[in-house]
Design a protein around this ligand. Sequence first.
Ligand code: AMP
Length: 245
Amino acid sequence: MKKIVIILTFIVLSLFLMFLYGKYQMKHKPLVIIMMGPPGAGKGTHATELSKDLKLPHISTGDLFRENIKQNTDLGKKAKSLIDKGVLVPDDIVNQMLFDYINKHKYFSGYILDGYPRNVDQAIALEKFLPENTKLLVINLRIDDDLLVERITGRLMCRKCGKPFHKTFSPPPNNQNICDDCGGEIYQRSDDTKEVVVKRLEVYHRETKPVLNYLKNKAKFIEIDASQSKEKVYKDILLEIEKNK
Ligand code: AMP
């Protein structure tokens, strides 16, 4: 009799622990948000804000490359000429750089991806890399190409903290090339010229757009009209994330 009570207590305790573990896992699912959209749609700008509001790290593969170029690393040397032409850096290089970075920083509870995946093979690599219980949200910033060229060619950013500015829409304070947040130098990206932008848009339509269909079946997919004001776009994004988190 005593033995049966011990076994039953053990079973009940085990079930209770399993229940608690299940609840813990549900609550602590990693949340990965993928910002999609053509160059200039506002992925970086909105990811920066989201990162502060949701307290999730913002990972931009373009920024990781630019940091490597600045530090003159081997990776930076390999990527520079491709970036300046507006074409994609090979998948094996991007995948390794990104996954090493996530592992090194132990970003296991989630992050916001900006600029990745850029083709279906990268989306497949990401799927394999993510833990199975990851909650995946895709924010697709929809906007027509003709609005993008002016946006991108006027774009400026702080070399130190990455804060975005725009020659027409949000010029640097006092028209000086100094960031009002951190005092860093404001500059224009070398791939934000008209010729390179045209190439980047072509690459987006050919290689990145098919990722949208692929991700539709794998993630919660949110479409946002990115031709609206920056404030309205961000409000829509936050609202949708709250609904779908
Ligand atoms: P972005 O800052 O996202 O506009 O990226 C700038 C450039 O970096 C792109 O035009 C590509 O040359 C390169 N790059 C960034 N992310 C990726 C990626 N996921 N795959 C391949 N190339 C990338």
